[in-house]
Structure formats: C-alpha cells, structure tokens
Design a protein around this ligand. Structure first.
Ligand code: ADP
Length: 323
C-alpha cells in the first residue's frame, strides 16, 4: 500500500477532524501517501482530491465539523455514480480507501466493494451511536455532553418556575443519547424509541404527585419516539394534567457541532491509527471499532444499525434513579 484516499461522509459529528489527523499522521509514519477527498462521495465521484501532509492536519484535533467537508450523495446510490468513483480512484493510483462515516455511508461502501476490488476501511462516526461493531462511535460522547450542559441550564429555569420541561434530543430512531442524557442530568423520566410504556410511566409519576416532593421535572425525549416527539408528549400530559406548567425545548443541531470531548478525541485518534494498521495487516472491507477497550475488525458486510438494548439492569437503573 503506497497511497490511500481519505473521506468523511454523511452527517458531521464532533471528532471527525481528530480522526482525519490520526489517519494522516499514521499514514505518514508508515510512509503511505494520503489523498484527501472533499465533500464525501460527491467529491469522490467528481475527483475533488487534494494532497494531505502533516501540516494539513495541524491544529485541528479540537475543532468540530470536518476540514474535508461532507455530503449526502444521491449519485453514489447509482451504479453509474460508483463507476465514476472507481475511475477517479484508478486515475489517481489509489491503493485503498479509508472512510469515516455512519450506517448510510457504510451501505454505500458495501455496494462499492461488492463490485470493485479496492481495500476499504470504515471508521464509525455518528452522534446517534446506532452502529454495531463498536461500543461508541465518534461524536456520541460529545453530543451527550452537549445535551447535558444544555439541560443543566434548562433545569435552572425549570426549578425557578416549578415547571415541567420536555427536552427533545437527537438520536433518530435509537435512544442512546436520550438514555445517557436522562441519567447524566438526573431526569425524572425519559421517553426512548426502544420502549413502549414510557409515557404511561410518566403519567404514573405525575399521578403520584411529583409536585409535592419536587419543584421541577425534566423529561428527556428521544426524537424518534413512536409516541411522538416532545411537543406531542407534552400535549398529552397537558391534557391529562392541566394544572401543570409545561414547556418544550428541542435541542436540535447544537448536538452535532462543537469541540470534541476528551473521550471522542482519544477514540478518534485510536481508530484513525487502527485503520492504517488494519491495512498494513492486509485487512480489507472492514470497519474498525473499539469493544471493551480492544480494537475490533467487523466486516462491512455485517455492520448494521443497532438500537439500545433494554435489559433488566437498565430498567432497574432508571427506576432507582427516578425514585
Ligand atoms: P451516514 O453515513 O451519516 O449514515 P447518510 O445516511 O446520509 O449518512 O449516507 C451517506 C451517503 O451514503 C448517502 O448520501 C449515499 O451517497 C450513500 N449511501 C447510503 N445508502 C446507500 C446505498 N444503499 N447504496 C449506495 N450508497 C448509499
């Protein structure tokens, strides 16, 4: 392997730049040239390439977003688009591709590698953390920290006004952010997509007369709830308990940006180096992840979406903490 191409694809997440830096530095360390691809699959199809060296990635470990830009590319979903991408890689003399992406991008990687024979290494990033093959994906830790800091501030208002706040967090149809944020802000209740009776449980909490014991109540709502988002659930509550003062806050895109947390910088750095080591070990068409502290390779073929597992320990934890 003499020359690799590196791209970031799909939604941005904090820690992408830290990972780009690690991939570039590890490559240079092992005498491998790195070509950066701008704008994800779109730039790959268009041949929007640039040379990367050690200086290109100086002073970026702490920055949110991605210096390489990212995109969503309808063209890469077509075989014509992927054929153009292959031709661009061949023209540039690329021996392997390293892609930092989420499950959509990996679906694209699968489609590409099932036709074309270029070793391909995936690195998982998604604030939603909804990928198999790694305990945590790059960006998840920062997103939960951002949600935590925001809700700590909301708690001040909730306390001052004896109010119920429904705070909606991201995560799409997976409840990882909502669950962890529910714990780290001391939420009185959470509503996550993986469980069905959260709203019923919330009604029980309110029926028990929380107002007699506590002066504020925070409910963390995952955006992909079947029972509806924070507005819908708050309306249901208001209908049943008109005596309560209810407010909704949607945190939205602040969770996607910002300087990456310590954990995300370390994870991004480890996985970036692991991707190059995997190539040097002769691996191809895998995703590198970290499970229980160990670097693990998972074939791209079997990387899929995952959801928060609701086991007894998790339910007990929530019950104990919301007593
Ligand atoms: P993420 O990687 O963050 O999950 P997306 O779901 O937006 O982001 O996917 C990023 C890109 O991956 C899409 O815009 C598309 O170009 C490509 N992609 C997604 N699914 C497929 C697929 N089934 N076949 C080919 N390319 C795909």
């Amino acid at each position: 392997i003499n020359k690799i191409a590196l791209l970031t694809s799909g939604g941005d997440a904090p820690g992408l730049n830290a990972c780009i830096r690690a991939v570039v530095r590890a490559s240079i360390f092992h005498n491998i040239k790195v070509v950066g691809i701008r704008r994800g699959y779109e730039g790959l199809i268009d041949g929007d390439f640039f040379e990367m060296d050690s200086a290109t990635v100086s002073n970026i470990i702490q920055r949110g977003g991605t210096i390489q830009k990212s995109s969503r590319s309808p063209r890469f979903k077509t075989s014509d688009g992927r054929e153009s991408a292959y031709q661009q890689l061949k023209k540039e003399g690329i021996d392997a591709v390293v892609l930092i992406g989420g499950d959509g991008s990996f679906a694209g990687s699968k489609a590409f590698t099932s036709t074309y024979n270029i070793p391909w290494i995936g690195i998982p990033k998604t604030i939603d953390n909804d990928l198999t093959g790694t305990d945590s994906a790059i960006g998840f830790d920062t997103a939960t920290n951002t949600a935590m800091e925001a809700i700590d501030k909301i708690r001040d208002t909730a306390e001052s006004h004896n109010r119920i706040f429904f705070v909606e967090v991201m995560g799409r149809d997976a409840g990882f952010i909502a669950y962890e944020t529910g714990i780290n802000v001391g939420a009185e209740a959470i509503c996550i997509p993986e469980t069905e009776n959260d709203v019923q449980h919330l009604f029980t909490v309110l029926e028990k007369g929380w107002g007699r014991k506590k002066s504020s109540l925070i409910v963390v709502v995952g955006e992909g709830n079947e029972a509806g988002g924070a507005f819908k659930i708050s309306n249901d509550v208001k209908e049943k308990f008109p005596q309560y003062d209810v407010t909704v806050c949607i945190l939205g895109y602040i969770q996607r940006g910002g300087s990456p947390s310590c954990s995300d910088r370390v994870l991004a750095s480890k996985l970036g180096v692991a991707a190059i080591h995997a190539l040097l070990n002769g691996e191809k068409n895998i995703m590198v992840g970290e499970i229980k502290g160990d670097i693990v390779y998972t074939p791209l073929e079997i990387v899929t979406k995952r959801y928060l597992e609701i086991d007894l320990a998790r339910i007990e934890l929530i019950n104990i903490l919301s007593t």
